[in-house]
Design a protein around this ligand. Structure first.
Ligand SMILES: [Zn+2]
Length: 335
């Protein structure tokens, strides 16, 4: 899915106008995932590089806007893990693409040192279109120590006409020195009414929109992904009971990371229920009776551990069965 496939949400447009009204050569957009950091970051760089920007952002018509739309702007450098670059339709460097095509390695899940070197070089070059340059880093927490330090040097002594947007879903993981070099912006959490209206405008059935929004923990971008994945709100509502029965088929063809995410949401809601708090992802009536707190805490730790290795399961089918068996045992645990 490209960013142009989704109409810009009104709360992103409002934040764009407010940020464009301020000066700053480096922004850090921060907040939990699913609030539109990438979309807002793109809107800022589009406006900075545009030939005819207004207070509301880029014109959408000029050569610069067009070059960004087709992912070939000479004055824009996008720094992302390769898996994100590919998913969002950004071209990799020739060398990186060749290595992946030749199966020498898989697309990276962090921002590579080589890509950062290219970005530092880019920031020292002269602007090609004469409107300055922009670097977008997303998700910024995917820099390791080496790449973060390389970026820090450039942030400390910016070569003049280059501006930065760091978009992060876990800003606490960034080096404090990087955070202190940027102007911080906390992503706005939109109202439920605004989110439902926006989801309806994207073609999501109003009846399903609220359920998807709940399953996504109130994050509009994630709710839209869920709605477009073809999963029904009914199957999400039925999930806790299916897991309690040990029904692996209820998870259908989900990837291990998605299964762990769903189980973590179930575990979260059961923990909440067992201390008398409201659930966040499921309706109360869809949850089984919570098992003892000790069992839930052990399950929560096991899921966190599984989440760290979910990208490289030894055998996805076996992993799925083990996860469901563990969940079922937890739900039926008496101590
Ligand atoms: Zn333009």
């Amino acid at each position: 899915m490209t960013d142009s496939a989704v109409a810009l949400a009104p709360w992103i447009a409002a934040q764009r106008a407010s940020l464009l009204a301020q000066r700053g050569h480096a922004w850090l957009l921060q907040g939990p995932s699913g609030l539109g950091q990438y979309a807002l970051g793109m809107e800022l760089v589009r406006a900075w590089l545009c030939d005819a920007p207004t207070a509301q952002g880029a014109c959408g018509q000029c050569g610069s806007c067009h070059a960004i739309d087709v992912r070939t702007h000479a004055d824009l450098c996008v720094l992302m893990p390769e898996v994100h670059m590919l998913a969002l339709g950004w071209p990799l460097s020739e060398k990186a693409q060749a290595d992946i095509d030749d199966k020498k390695r898989k697309p990276s899940r962090e921002i590579r040192v080589e890509a950062m070197r290219d970005a530092v070089e880019f920031s020292q070059r002269t602007s090609a279109r004469g409107r300055g340059k922009a670097v977008l880093v997303y998700p910024a927490e995917q820099m390791n120590h080496i790449t973060a330090n390389a970026l820090l040097k450039t942030l400390e002594e910016p070569p003049g006409d280059v501006r930065f947007v760091l978009a992060s879903e876990a800003a606490h993981q960034l080096l404090p020195t990087i955070r202190s070099r940027c102007l911080g912006h906390a992503m706005v959490w939109p109202s439920e009414a605004d989110m439902l209206q926006w989801l309806a405008a994207q073609g999501v059935e109003p009846a399903a929109a609220a359920a998807h929004l709940r399953a996504a923990g109130g994050r509009p971008d994630d709710a839209l992904v869920l709605a477009r994945s073809g999963r029904s709100p009914q199957s999400w509502a039925a999930l806790p009971q299916a897991i309690a029965r040990g029904d692996v088929a209820a998870l259908g063809d989900w990837a291990p990371a998605q299964v762990i995410d769903a189980l973590q949401k179930l575990c979260h809601d059961l923990l909440a229920a067992s201390v008398g708090a409201a659930p966040r992802y499921f309706a109360s009536g869809d949850l089984p009776k919570p098992p003892p707190l000790g069992a839930l805490t052990r399950w929560s730790r096991a899921l966190a551990k599984a989440a760290r290795t979910a990208d490289h399961p030894f055998n996805a089918g076996l992993m799925l069965e083990a996860l469901v068996a563990q969940a079922r045992n937890t739900l039926h645990s008496r101590h």
